[in-house]
Design a binder for this molecule. Structure first.
Ligand code: URA
Length: 460
């Protein structure tokens, strides 16, 4: 049946629900070029203001999932468990959990995104390893999962193309932060990518699309319901994004930090979240243990025995990465002392250095004394973009060695003139503005603040 887009916009504008048939028609027509962007923009804004019912959101998700190819993972034995994060700053959990699961015999066939705006993307992080490929044919993709146990690939152009087109349009029409639009965008890709079960990491806070807990929970609930209606079991971990995850923000630096976790180290909050996500994924798989405690114990054993790190190295080799340079960059992490003057005195701090990181670290010193009490985390993401670690426009080239090493976490005491962070960048000219932006992002209080735990809730 044919509809007029004008009538559908009118309907949504007046808070009426669209039918399954109307939504399917709209997505098919838009993907085929039959609906202009200006009409679809009006529809997106009407949805932003008036929302969608559960049914409408599910129909939209299914129509988007079917707008292109879908992956058939049935040739890979066992239950396939996927993972997706709604996007954050310093979020390198995928690099940790996928090799752990693979080492435990749970295959993950993951399609990831690139960074855009203030959030980073797993594909860019992977490509910071020299030689690494992230674009594969479907045959290669499946073959790598069968051989290595996991793949972290870039989403193919033909998978959920409606989402690609709509996301680009939402990005320029201020319609990204809408629960039905985010839920349908994420779940359409996950359904098209074929996994049986999905663990979602729903980020909440100043560095996430969902700024407060209630909206993060509503988004998580919505995605779980879509999963149920589509016959896929979904677990959601709601996690804090009011400060960067771990210490590193920036591609090569994040790979090094992820490898620290795989070598049984790493920053506490990062480790906690990685372990929780890995446990949830294991418990959804056909290798589930009798209890969550047992699952965590076996995951820790996989890390401590070196099996998970070896799995990641095996993936680097198989995906075309330069194994020698990768191992050198991980194993030659040395400490070095960097000095900085603040006009009247100078300070020094010992920081890691590696062949994968930019040669010229710059210290950022606190201008105040007190406790780090809050952080406008999206500004930290934007600072790292200024330093060269991300894209302001889609086709900007990333400097893989650029980024930020966060030395202080929320709740830490800080003295005036003490280093808060280290910048890695080749863009000398942006350093003063980047420092100003970074320092403005933190609020320093006289008394210690309450700091949220990294895991806020798990919805099973
Ligand atoms: N990630 C997605 O894939 N889509 C959104 O809409 C937001 C985050």
């Amino acid at each position: 049946m044919d509809y007029r887009m004008y009538d559908l916009i009118e309907k949504k504008k007046h808070r009426n629900s669209l039918t399954e048939d109307e939504i399917r028609w709209m997505i098919t027509e838009y993907t085929e070029g039959g609906i202009p962007d200006y009409q679809m923009s009006a529809m997106l804004m009407a949805i932003w203001f008036n929302g969608m019912t559960d049914e409408e959101t599910t129909w939209l998700t299914l129509a988007m999932a079917k707008s292109g190819d879908t992956l058939d993972l049935s040739s890979i034995p066992g239950i396939k468990v996927d993972k997706h994060s709604t996007g954050g700053i310093g979020d390198k959990t995928t690099l940790v959990v996928t090799p752990i699961l693979a080492a435990l015999g749970v295959p993950t066939a993951k399609m990831s995104g690139r960074g855009l705006g203030f959030t980073g993307g797993t594909v860019d992080k992977m490509e910071s390893i020299p030689g690494m490929r992230s674009e594969f044919t479907e045959e290669e993709f499946l073959q790598i999962v069968k051989e290595v146990g996991f793949v972290d690939a870039s989403q193919t152009k033909t998978l959920a193309p409606a989402d690609k087109m709509l996301y680009a349009l939402r990005d320029v029409t201020a319609t990204v932060d809408s629960i039905p639009l985010i839920a349908s965008s994420i779940m359409s890709k996950k359904l098209a990518a074929g996994a049986d079960r999905i663990v979602l990491d729903v980020k909440c806070g100043s560095g996430a699309f969902m700024g407060d807990f209630d909206s993060a929970r509503a988004l998580a609930d919505q995605m779980i319901r879509i999963g149920e209606l589509a016959g896929r079991k979904v677990v959601a971990v709601i996690s804090d994004m009011n400060q960067p995850l771990g210490h590193a923000v920036g591609n090569a630096a994040e790979v090094l930090e992820a490898m620290e976790v795989l070598k049984d180290g790493g920053e506490e909050r990062l480790r906690t979240l990685c372990l929780a996500i890995a446990v949830e994924m294991l418990q959804l798989s056909d290798r589930a243990r009798d209890s969550y405690e047992e699952a965590e114990a076996v995951i820790l054993e996989t890390i401590r025995s070196g099996a998970a790190f070896r799995k990641f190295t095996e993936y680097v080799r198989r995906a075309g990465g330069d194994e020698t340079r990768f191992l050198n960059s991980v194993e030659q992490v040395e400490k070095r002392t960097v000095e900085a003057g603040n006009g009247t005195s100078s300070v020094s701090v010992t920081i890691p250095t590696s062949p994968a990181l930019s040669e010229t670290p710059v210290l950022v010193l606190s201008e105040k004394e007190g406790y780090l009490s809050s952080c406008d985390n999206s500004e930290i993401g934007m600072t790292s973009v200024m330093l060269g670690a991300g894209r302001e426009k889609k086709d900007d080239v990333i400097d893989m060695e650029a980024g930020i090493l966060i030395l202080k976490k929320l709740g830490d005491p800080v003295k005036r003139g003490e280093p808060l962070a280290v910048f890695y960048t080749k863009k000398e000219a942006v350093i003063p503005a980047a420092k100003e932006r970074f320092l403005k992002a933190y609020h320093i209080s006289e008394t210690p603040p309450e700091v949220d735990p990294v895991i806020l809730e798990i919805l099973r």
